[in-house]
Design a protein around this ligand. Structure first.
Ligand SMILES: Cc1ncc(COP(=O)(O)O)c(C=O)c1O
Length: 438
């Protein structure tokens, strides 16, 4: 086994504990103030790989067939990943962003169209909609689950809305019953951004198989990583043929036929054989890792849920499994002597628990204005529409969540209950000693 350092930092149980779980933390000096940290032991590094990956990458190198054209490895992974997900077909791409761009393209979502998305997501979700010259129309976030609030979607739909792009953010499933019902009622496409949700399930079906198409990322920090990589899964042969053809320069494929040359517009988004070799090897650990992350996440929830000011995330009733790319909870500073979330994050890190505050309100970062002012958007949308869009850019629940969220990265969950106790003890210690934080 080998491992590299983590690149990005990225409810349920019943057992109840008092606010101070560990009496040894009461009255002890906080690490941020020079005290002994709750934890000094390192956390697992990520990614982790074994010799079989090294051998298969080397054998591809030695074969001289590094591209999927002429190779077998990408096709083998596509077949196995589709099987694992319970989808009919899979097409691999260079990364998750290009999986999403391909999905939007083949479903004919582009210039002048509107796509409903969550504001609480990695920036790639915004970028792929904007990059398709469509308007990303945000529906506010459900702070309890960190997902798009399904009850805020319908009010955003108009005659130009073509799709809902739900993101199973942090690896926790969005409310797919409500989203699919709305999509059906308004005749909209559903493209799932499952780029953080490998193996997550909604009512026993894998995320990525619940809409028209599902997209995944295999970037370095992901649970099934290969540096950069992505995939689209789906059940409709004709749509999947178009995905394949489009990602392969528009060459004929399956039902995309031609008597001569290139029947459709295309691009090159092909995955390399190396990427697929690493993925085949990484896939072997995915089920077990998912189990461990879920067990530890649920245990951690049971340990922190009664600490005042700590609100664990909730999972919707339809969630049968989460992926836990991140473990999120909300921090209410009112219960912590009004100590800022940033100070809390510093104190928790000092106790040996790596953490971050997660996404900010990215729709105020500048990129939306750049898009709205672009030549393409001005041609595609009326001034009146763009001004109305500007006026609607208010997402109070998302703004609040961005100020209160605390994220723990997935690798912290690849441990044991004792390690979860360290996290709970560190939070309890900070709570008990909140008057010593300024
Ligand atoms: C929610 C989400 N969507 C899309 C992407 C884009 O994937 P990639 O980085 O592979 O392009 C990511 C990657 O982090 C993501 O987390």
């Amino acid at each position: 086994m080998a491992a590299a350092s983590v690149g990005t930092i990225a409810a349920v149980a019943s057992e109840s504990i008092p606010a101070s779980a560990n009496p040894s933390t009461k009255g002890s000096k906080l690490a941020i103030n020079g005290g002994k940290p709750v934890r000094t032991k390192p956390w697992p590094s990520w990614p982790i790989w074994d010799e079989s990956a090294e051998e298969s990458v080397l054998s591809i190198l030695r074969s001289g067939i590094w591209c999927r054209l002429g190779g077998k490895t990408v096709s083998e992974f596509e077949k196995k990943y589709a099987e694992l997900m319970g989808a009919k077909r899979c097409v691999c791409t260079v990364n998750g962003s290009n999986a999403l761009l391909t999905a939007l393209h083949v479903l004919d979502i582009g210039v002048g169209d509107e796509v409903i998305v969550s504001p609480y997501t990695f920036i790639a979700t915004y970028n792929v909609v904007i990059g398709s010259c469509a308007l990303p129309v945000f529906a506010d976030t459900d702070p309890e689950t960190f997902q798009i609030n399904p009850d805020k979607i319908e009010e955003r739909i108009n005659e130009n809305t073509k799709a809902i792009l739900p993101v199973h953010i942090l690896g926790l499933p969005a409310n797919m019953d409500k989203i699919n019902a709305i999509a059906k009622k308004h005749n909209l496409r559903v493209i799932e951004d499952a780029c953080q949700a490998w193996m997550a399930e909604w009512r026993g079906k894998k995320c990525g198989t619940l809409g028209d198409l599902g997209c995944f990322s295999f970037q370095n920090s992901k649970h099934i990583p290969c540096g950069e990589g992505g995939a689209i899964i789906g059940d409709d042969d004709e749509i999947m043929d178009r995905c394949f053809s489009y990602h392969n320069c528009g060459r004929p494929y399956g039902s995309v036929k031609s008597t001569s040359g290139y029947p459709i517009i295309g691009t090159n988004r092909r995955m390399t054989e190396y990427q697929a070799a690493i993925l085949l090897s990484q896939m072997k650990r995915l089920e077990k890792d998912t189990q461990i992350r879920n067990e530890n996440a649920h245990y951690l929830t049971s340990k922190i849920k009664d600490i005042p000011g700590i609100i664990p995330h909730k999972l919707y009733e339809g969630v049968t499994r989460a992926a836990y790319h991140l473990y999120p909870f909300r921090y209410k500073k009112e219960q912590f002597n009004n100590i800022s979330r940033e100070k809390f994050l510093s104190a928790l890190s000092a106790e040996g628990i790596p953490c971050s505050g997660g996404y900010g309100p990215q729709y105020r970062d500048g990129l939306i204005e750049v898009a709205l002012n672009s030549k393409n958007f001005k041609r595609a949308f009326s001034n009146e529409r763009l001004n109305r869009y500007r006026r609607e850019l208010h997402y109070p629940d998302n703004d609040q969540l961005c100020q209160e969220a605390v994220w723990l990265s997935q690798n912290l969950l690849l441990t044991t209950k004792n390690d979860m106790d360290d996290i709970a003890d560190a939070i309890s210690k900070i709570y008990e000693n909140r008057d010593k934080l300024t």
